[in-house]
Design a protein. Sequence first.
Length: 482
Amino acid sequence: MRSPVQRYQLQPLFASLLFFVSGTLSILQQEAGWLVIPFVWVVLPGIIQLITNRTEDLYWLMLILLPFSTELNITDSLGMDFPDELLLMIITAATIAKMIHHPLLFYPVYRSPLLLFIILHLCWIACSAGFSTEPLLSAKFLLAKIWYIIPLVLVTPLLLRNMQHYSRLAFCLLIPMLLVIIQTLVRHGFYGFEFAAINKTVGPFFRNHVNYSAMLVCLLPAEWAVWHFTKTTAYRKWIAVALGIALAGLATAYSRGAWLALLSAPLAVWLFRKKRIGSFLIAAVAATSLFLAVLISNNNYLRFAPDHDRTIFHTNFREHLGATITFKDVSNAERFHRWVAGIRMVAERPLTGFGPNSFYNQYRPHTVAAFRTWVSNNPEHSTVHNYFLLTAVEQGIPGLAILLLLWSALLLTAQKLYYAFQGSFYRTVALITGVVLWMITVINLTSDMIETDKIGGLFWLCAGILIGLQLKLKEEQSSLAV
């Protein structure tokens, strides 16, 4: 067996040989690309070592840049959220390298029951991708899911070691988001805070006001928690000002879904504190199933078909709300159009679905003409506007069942942790995490944002936080037992 000194002495010889071989191939084949090989061999190990040793810094940087990320189209069919998705890929690669070299490092995370549901979720996505009508798009979907889950679910619990780390996580998200809110308010102010102008002012960081308001409202509970735990009066005043700015941003975002999520938050807090999350989830699933059965029976859903010529988009928000109440708003009418198509698609392929990321290319033949609106040409390539229905369409009923199990497990874990901790800090973190998951649920009843970097990132981050809290609870219980 060679000593480290002997291996070190052989490295220059191997490098020279590699350079000679690559140079010879370059001359013989008249291809300069062969010359890149020796330089990659020299430089790549240093880059890998830098990344693997600085994974924690990359993680915090990724959180800071999450509110600032923007959609970058590389080709007509390939795009990414830049720069956060690139950082997620790098962190994923570094984490896999660490798993290989230090397999026991992640052992505490592997023991979490939540991870079993997540792995089952990934396995079924891979299974449905195997039967996909759009194999390439489904493969991209699976890869993206992996590089979101590994950094946010596996790395997060290992980095949240104490209260300061939880506080750092909150500030890494809240301060950048506050800057985005301020610039949006300033730009929106030049338009007189008109409803029709909001989408112009949230770019380039958000696609539209719905995505913007969704992330904004989901971060409000964390901002309240920071204010709650801050003891210095001067700091509390500044945080209160920031909270006021965030509420002003939410009010002028004109998003009904985000407003509904905020209004439902007190109900979530009450359910968590009364240990009634489980009962509510069962009742919600039963009520939804009964409602769908009634609509499908004898084609009762056709009674809700909109009047094509009377469904319009309003530039005035008061008229927009009025149209919503009277079912004459085009956005809600188009939702019905997609939902009907989605349910018909589930009926056609109930087991494996049409494949992840396939809805847009497959839904048109399943639409019903009576529900068509004047925006049904769908230039934005948006999907069904209900993430749970979208999952059933693309992954089949088993995929929906697995997702519901995972979602329920997350909410029930948050409830369990809230009552298990002795200290108020971690109890509050568990409650806030549960409320954020609740708000994400409400938002995704009328949208499908888990596959976006902002809300999807927050969703998987919440899963990672809950696993981190499980590890912290074991530490607390061990210290009390001694």
